[in-house]
Design a protein around this ligand. Structure first.
Ligand code: AHR
Length: 327
């Protein structure tokens, strides 16, 4: 009898742990309109991290346009790449008692306090795009790209091109951001042992900041002699880097360049011969985030992590695909 009770206890505890740690999770709080909430009942807060890239512009448009189409009341702000601005915007949304918050975190660390405040206020938070290091029980779900896989995919391109080794540079994204951390980690994990990363500097995901970083690289290292390739963490930085390369007399194809995003600018760089591959990172996350937000309001079960299915684009069909690109 005692053994039987112990088994029941074990099953109950395991079920509770599973619900808390991963897989499917029930919504923490239902809205008063549950189980029949509609999009028109929803006030959704999106404290966007900035406007640093074409990717980000497309992500903002996806949230604004989808809110307009579905009748969601959207509270939008732009944190200009500053975590303190995002935290203030989150606190303002908590005070306004929004139904759901979508948070695209500029960096991974430092979210525990404000996520705890949202949780205590009964407002579910969906982490969007980049990841956070905070405990998973402080937010409902994460919807975004597998940044580590993107870095691994970039490494695979270098491995194909340089099976016998090469020296490469890395122009990385915002320091401490889930996108930069994941891409750098995946790249290093899969790069063949004969390929050496001789230098890595951040261009903060912007064209303006990437340009002087590339200029400084070119002062230090001779293209084609000291390095043969560059891994660039996003297309906007790639476009900034191309400006510096052109000014230094480097021609398209002299270096093996792999970028990330798959924006129209990235496709144009492939058409022009500058990028040899562009690893996709999809910004059009609005529809699926709102769908999950509605489920949360209605108290339905949701996935704890939803990673976007992505690919790698190549110059061979870049010209054909360019007119079809949505961002
Ligand atoms: O977090 C996604 C990254 O952020 C995109 O690669 C980049 O373009 C953006 O700024």
């Amino acid at each position: 009898m005692f053994r039987f009770k112990k088994h029941i206890l074990l099953i109950v505890v395991t079920a509770m742990l599973l619900a808390a740690c991963g897989g499917k999770a029930p919504a923490s709080e239902k809205a008063s309109c549950a189980p029949n909430c509609q999009y028109t009942d929803m006030t959704f807060c999106y404290p966007q991290l900035g406007a640093e890239s074409d990717w980000r512009t497309a992500n903002t448009a996806s949230f604004k346009e989808t809110a307009g189409e579905r009748g969601v009341r959207l509270i939008f702000s732009d944190a200009q790449q500053k975590q303190e601005n995002q935290i203030s915007a989150l606190r303002s949304c908590i005070q306004q008692e929004v139904d759901v918050i979508g948070l695209p975190p500029v960096v991974e660390d430092g979210w525990e306090a404000v996520l705890t405040e949202a949780k205590n206020a009964g407002i579910p938070v969906i982490i969007v795009d980049r990841s956070v290091s905070a405990s998973k029980d402080l937010y409902a779900s994460h919807i975004g790209s597998d940044m580590k896989l993107e870095g691994e995919r970039a490494a695979a391109e270098f491995n194909k091109q340089f099976p016998n080794g090469a020296k490469v540079l890395e122009l990385s994204g915002t320091t401490g951001s889930g996108a930069a951390v994941g891409r750098a980690e995946g790249f290093r994990a899969k790069l063949n042992a004969k390929i050496e990363i001789i230098d890595s500097q951040t261009g903060n995901f912007t064209r303006a900041e990437a340009l002087p970083v590339m200029q400084a690289f070119l002062q230090k290292y001779k293209p084609g002699v000291d390095f043969q390739g560059i891994f660039i963490h996003n297309d906007d930085m790639g476009i900034g880097a191309i400006e510096a390369l052109k000014a230094a007399g480097v021609k398209p194809g002299d270096l093996f360049i792999v970028s990330v995003d798959g924006t129209r600018g990235g496709f144009q760089a492939m058409v022009d011969g500058w990028f040899q591959a562009d690893v996709e990172c999809n910004p059009l996350l609005g529809p699926q985030v709102y769908e999950m937000a509605l489920k949360l309001m209605n108290g339905q079960t949701i996935e704890r992590e939803v990673l976007t299915d992505e690919t790698v684009y190549y110059p061979a069909n870049a010209a054909e695909l360019l007119p079809t690109r949505k961002y």
